[in-house]
Design a protein around this ligand. Structure first.
Ligand code: KG4
Ligand code: ZN
Length: 359
C-alpha cells in the first residue's frame, strides 16, 4: 500500500470503438470511495466505422494502436503528470468483455507502460466500470445492497451488488442488448450508426402509443430480457406500412419502440428492487444517456416505498470511457496487498483479453 492516502491510477479503455485514457486521484474506503477524475480523454472512432453500420474489430484495433500514444500524452499533460514512474500508483486496463482485437490493443499498450514505469498492471471488467460511473466525481452515494441496471450496446443486465466488488448477475438479455436493438431499429430507418441517440431524438416528438409493439418477456417471473422479437416487430411494421403505402412518421415508430424497451426495463428493474429489498438503484452504460429512460426510472424510484437511492451517471460518463475503468480499478487496488510489489506486477505477462468476461 502506498504511504500516501491518495492513489493515482492511469486507466486505459479500448474494448470497442472509443480509445480512452484517464487519470484518477482516488481516496477513501472501498464502499465510499472518492474518485476524482483529473483527466479523461476519449477519442471516438464512430466516423471510421459508420460506413459499415457497426464496429469492425480489426479496424478498431489498428485505430486504437495508432491513437493510444497521442491520447496518453494528452491525458498525462492534462493531469500535469511529468514523471509517471513516481507520480502514478498503478496502470489499469479493460481486459473484457469486448471485441478481442480491440481489447488486445489496450492490454499490450498498458503492459508496455506498466513495465516501463515499473508499476502494477490491473485488468478491469468493462461492465464493473459502467457500474461505478455514478460514483465518479463523487456525484452519488450508494447504500447496499444495490441493484445495477447495465444497459449498453453489448449488454443488458441486472446485477445485485452486496457491496462494490461483490456482484451477482440476476438477469440478462437472451438475445440482443438494448443498445443493439436501438442501433438495429435505427438502421431499418436508414439512420446513421450508432442509432440510439438518433432514435431518442426522433422519439421526443413522436407518439409513444402510435404503434403497439410487443413488450417481450415482461410478464415472465425472471429478470432476463429479449429485444430481438421487438426489433423484428418494428421491421414488419415498417414493411407493411411501405407495402400499403400508408403515411407514418419515423418519430412515431421511434417513440413507440423506445417506450416498449423502457417499459420492460422499468418493470423488471422495479420487481428486482422490491424482491431483493434494494437500497440503491444504479444505472450505467451507453443507453443510460437516454433521457426518457432517465426520467421514467427516476419516477419509478420516487414512487417506491421505501424509496431507494437513485445513482445515475453524468451523461458524459454513460458512453465508454477510461475514467470508469480507473474508478473500478481503485476498488480492487484497495483489496490488493501492495506490500509486495511483485503480486500485481506479475500480470504483465499473464493478462489476457476475455471477449466474454462476466462480472
Ligand atoms: O456503453 P456503450 O458506450 O458501449 C458498449 O459498451 O456497448 O453503449 C453504446 C450503446 C449504443 O448501442 C448506442 O446506440 C446506445 O448505447 N446509446 C443510446 C443512447 N446513447 C447511446 N441508446 C438509446 N438512447 C440514447 N440516448
Ligand atoms: Zn460499454
Amino acid at each position: 500500500m502506498p504511504t500516501k492516502n491518495i492513489v493515482t491510477i492511469l486507466a486505459i479503455e479500448t474494448s470497442c470503438d472509443e480509445t480512452s485514457v484517464a487519470i484518477l486521484k482516488c481516496s477513501g474506503g472501498a464502499q465510499r470511495p472518492r474518485l476524482d477524475v483529473v483527466s479523461n480523454i476519449v477519442s471516438s472512432q464512430i466516423k471510421l466505422h459508420a460506413p459499415y453500420g457497426g464496429v469492425v474489430p480489426n479496424l478498431a484495433k489498428r485505430e486504437h494502436q495508432k491513437n493510444l500514444p497521442r491520447i496518453l500524452k494528452l491525458a498525462l499533460a492534462k493531469a500535469d503528470i511529468k514523471n509517471p514512474k513516481t507520480e502514478l500508483d498503478a496502470v489499469a486496463v479493460t481486459h473484457g468483455p469486448g471485441l478481442e482485437p480491440a481489447l488486445w490493443a489496450g492490454i499490450t499498450f498498458a503492459g508496455e507502460k506498466a513495465q516501463e514505469w515499473n508499476l502494477p498492471l490491473m485488468g478491469i471488467n468493462h461492465m464493473e466500470g459502467h457500474l461505478i460511473t455514478p460514483l465518479l466525481e463523487n456525484k452519488s452515494s450508494i447504500a447496499y445492497p444495490a441493484l445495477a441496471l447495465l444497459v449498453s450496446g453489448g449488454h443488458t443486465s441486472l446485477v445485485l451488488a452486496k457491496k462494490l466488488g461483490e456482484y451477482k448477475t440476476i438477469g440478462e438479455t437472451v438475445d440482443d442488448a438494448a443498445g443493439e436493438a436501438f442501433d438495429k431499429v435505427a438502421r431499418m430507418m436508414n439512420l446513421a450508426y450508432p442509432g440510439g441517440p438518433l432514435i431518442s431524438k426522433l422519439a421526443r416528438t413522436g407518439n409513444r402509443y402510435g404503434f403497439s409493439f410487443p413488450r417481450p418477456m415482461i410478464l415472465q417471473k425472471n429478470y432476463n430480457f429479449s429485444f430481438s422479437g421487438l426489433k423484428t416487430a418494428v421491421l414488419y411494421t415498417l414493411r407493411d406500412l411501405k407495402e400499403q403505402k400508408k403515411a407514418y412518421t419515423n418519430n412515431d415508430i421511434a417513440a413507440s419502440f423506445e417506450e416498449a424497451v423502457i417499459d420492460v426495463l422499468i418493470l423488471k428493474t422495479q420487481r428486482a428492487i422490491q424482491e431483493f429489498k434494494v437500497k440503491t438503484l444504479i444505472v450505467g452504460g451507453g443507453v443510460a444517456a437516454n433521457s426518457r429512460l432517465r426520467l421514467r426510472l427516476g419516477n419509478m424510484v420516487r414512487a417506491l416505498e421505501p424509496r431507494p437511492l437513485f445513482a445515475l451517471p453524468e451523461i458524459r460518463y454513460t458512453g465508454d470511457n477510461a475514467a470508469m475503468i480507473g474508478g473500478a480499478a481503485y476498488i480492487h487496488f484497495l483489496k490488493k496487498d501492495f506490500s509486495s510489489p511483485n503480486t500485481v506486477r506479475a500480470s504483465w505477462k499473464t493478462l489476457k483479453a476475455h471477449a466474454t468476461l462476466e462480472l
